[in-house]
Design a protein around this ligand. Sequence first.
Ligand code: NDP
Length: 333
Amino acid sequence: MTQPLPDTYRALRVLKDDQGTRAELQTLPLTALPDGDVLIRVTHSSLNYKDGLAVTGRPGVLRTHPMTPGIDLAGTVLDDATGRWQPGTPVILTGWGIGERQDGGYATLARARPEWLVAQPGGTDAHWAMSVGTAGFTAMLAVMALEDQGLTPGSGEVLVTGAAGGVGSAAVALLARAGHTVVASTGRPHEDAYLRSLGASRVIGREELPGLTRPLEKERWAGVVDTVGGATLAGAYASTRTHGSLAVCGLAGGHELHATVFPLILRGVSLLGIDSVTCPVQRREAAWTRLSRDLPAPQLAAMTHTASLEDVPALAEEILAGRVRGRTVIEIS
Ligand code: NDP
């Protein structure tokens, strides 16, 4: 039976005026929702680095104001004007510009295009989906990219940078589960036991990846999942083994890349770009199916915290300061 649609919804809005940018919880009429054929009751969202930037008003993420941030959401379909999704279907939405160009997951209701949605894999729920979220999905895309490029268990050590963060934690767990020897790089030495519990064989300090000193360094890494960018990526790239590859995901340490072409042309190293936002539907579905199979529940639980919409502004500052470990699910009510 079709549920009656609510008249209003609650959302965390980022507003911009003469006094600057601020985040505020508001109750809004349904007419405030953006265009989109599918109406979704959102029950869970998550906190990603990009959400931290958006909620704190840092430039570059929100394209207009006011805006509801939240690049991830999970919930159930209330209505789909195209008939593609039945009311009551549990769905996941990550990327496609929600929480950046169009209102996102930090609200009890959302509107979206039908082709943006992925059905929740069987046996999972919305909390699981958001403990994975964009970060876990990106980690999965990175692992798939390295494997497509020829990485197999036994190829050698695989480096994960920013390992205690959301993408990093999921990458460590997924790589270890797939049988790879994982080296986790972190600026938080006290997270050693946590990273080993996710499956890291070795944990190294951030300072052990000093950046680029020579165009070609000693060959160390069979593969790299990099969430940090900048000098860390430049150094890892120069230390990647012949025919190894790097899945480049993030810029938590810097967006620049000062490097030479030598690793590409003398070692056949591949730099693989990862963009979770525009990832095509088939690849998305394959990644979510594999996540439901291969991301071990105990490791996912160990890396996940749960918070409420009210907590998001404070948590946004924390994630930008590099103080949030693993993943944070946001319960929406
Ligand atoms: P988190 O904040 O959870 O993780 C980032 C981690 O990077 C931190 O935990 C920390 O790890 C490390 N770090 C932070 N600051 C620095 C610094 N100054 N120098 C070196 N390392 C640092 O963020 P997410 O995991 O959500 O995202 C990670 C990155 O990936 C972000 O840049 C994000 O924008 C990007 N991203 C890209 C996606 C894509 O589609 N390409 C999708 C999702 C995220 P530690 O404490 O272990 O050192």
